[in-house]
Design a protein around this ligand. Structure first.
Ligand code: HSE
Length: 437
């Protein structure tokens, strides 16, 4: 059988890795797919030819991505340009031309996936996006196929390697935020705009996709609560450790029965949990299914070859499916389009979680009582409380409080009142706590 002809857009970190993996593993890939997979046409604005093995096997390389999606010989188009535009126009054109699509573009799928999948469904073609979430970890396949028997209860993941790297360096080496971020950029892990990493947007894109696949709801990026690691201080990392917790940037989606939680934010997790020990740029996703219980998926969430591993796996899946009935392929968001649910996504105010609070208080009798009364009046129960020695400003002492679970609405009210007390200086630092049991 003739090899399937693929068009590739983008020859950067992931594009270059995809060409190299297809070339060096050509034989084993052909044995798995049933035929060869050959990139015959590529487009890129710029690339480092010396770093890409197998580039010489591509017949045509230009800087015109639209020429790739309009090439009549191409059956599968791989979009590795990233960003919203022209990626959206290219993908929609490829679908209109009846070509299958593979993409690693989490931003595109999170914001425009509903429209893309509807067009793909109409054309009877596949849009595959395993590389969009957690790089090389096959988490989409695991949720959509491996765990298809389960009612998913919740999933929680470290899904931004750059944030995890920064938090790990802060904890293990006491380093500051900025130089570590620079390092993550130099290593090729950070997004083109690293604000996407540290402000939680990249993780929110990935969580939006996970939530839809776990619960069969349309993609709703705009309803995902987003908080990044920008305001995490070295002292919070140290205090959390003292209390037996680690701070991780988590994406959490949970079916509560009242609605679906969709949130990304820094989170205190008990140190003893496996996921609390996932360090550096590594990613991990913990999934709780009613039948299987807890399962944990761990691996490289970014980087050239790990992400290429997911892109090429999608190419193999599509190549296999090219010979089968398109009506019977695995649905894009795990559930059949007519069987999608309209379960609401919970507003953050209705989410229930425990909290770590840190505040600077005047060192005199009665201050703690004022704070605990505000918490108590709102039904917020205290789990632990520590008062530290005064820091540089001897007038103030840091107070750290761990609370039990309570609705975010009550905590917002309490924090607003505590911040108004004239014995409290500045803002209250709030980090959510999850035991992941
Ligand atoms: N910037 C992302 C991260 C790359 O740090 O995880 C992979 O999506």
């Amino acid at each position: 059988m003739q090899p399937v002809k693929v068009g590739l857009m983008g020859l950067g970190t992931v594009g270059g890795g995809t060409v190299s993996v297809l070339s060096r593993n050509a034989e084993v890939i052909a044995r798995r797919a049933g035929r060869g997979i050959h990139i015959s046409h590529a487009a890129a604005k710029a690339y480092n030819a010396a770093a890409i093995t197998g580039l010489d096997q591509i017949e045509k390389i230009t800087d015109d991505a639209f020429a790739v999606v309009n090439d009549p010989e191409i059956e599968i188009v791989v979009e590795l340009i990233g960003g919203y535009h022209p990626a959206l126009e290219l993908v929609m054109q490829a679908i209109a031309n009846g070509k299958h699509v593979v993409t690693a573009n989490k931003a595109l799928i999170a914001l425009h996936g509903n429209e893309i999948f509807a067009a793909a469904q109409k054309q009877g073609i596949t849009v595959a996006f395993e590389a969009a979430v957690a790089g090389g970890i096959p988490i989409i396949k695991a949720l959509r196929e491996g765990l298809a028997a389960n009612r998913i209860e919740w999933a929680a993941g470290i899904i931004n390697g750059t944030s995890n790297y920064i938090l790990t360096e802060m904890r293990t080496k006491g380093r500051d935020f900025k130089p570590v971020l620079k390092e993550a950029q130099a290593l090729g892990y950070a997004e083109a705009d690293p604000a996407f990493d540290i402000e939680g947007i990249d993780a929110a894109h990935k969580l939006t996709i996970l939530g839809s696949i776990a619960f069969g709801i349309p993609l709703q990026f705009d309803k995902t609560y987003i908080e990044g690691i920008v305001r995490i201080d070295r002292q919070d990392v140290a205090y959390a450790e003292e209390l037996g917790y680690r701070i991780k940037h988590l994406g959490i989606t949970r079916n509560t029965g009242r609605g679906i939680e969709m949130r990304v934010h820094p989170t205190l997790i008990p140190k003893r949990r496996l996921i609390a020990n996932v360090d550096g740029v590594m990613n991990a996703v913990l999934v709780k299914g009613d039948a299987v219980g807890h399962t944990l998926y761990y691996g490289a969430g970014a980087g050239s070859f790990p992400t290429a591993s997911a892109v090429v796996a999608d190419l193999i899946d599509i190549t296999r499916a090219l010979t089968t009935d398109p009506e019977n392929r695995v649905p894009h968001l795990a559930f059949q389009p007519h069987a999608m649910a309209d379960t609401r996504v919970l507003p953050m105010e209705e989410v229930e979680t425990a909290y770590y609070l840190r505040m600077q208080a005047v060192d005199r009798p009665g201050v703690l009582a004022l704070v605990t009364k505000i918490l108590g009046d709102r039904g917020i129960s205290i789990e632990a409380i520590i008062q530290k020695e005064p820091g540089e400003e001897v007038k103030y002492v840091p107070i750290i409080i761990l609370t039990q679970r309570i609705q975010e609405r009550n905590m917002n009210e309490a924090i607003a009142l505590i911040e108004k007390l004239d014995v409290i200086k500045g803002h209250v630092t709030r980090i959510r706590v999850e035991t992941l049991e």
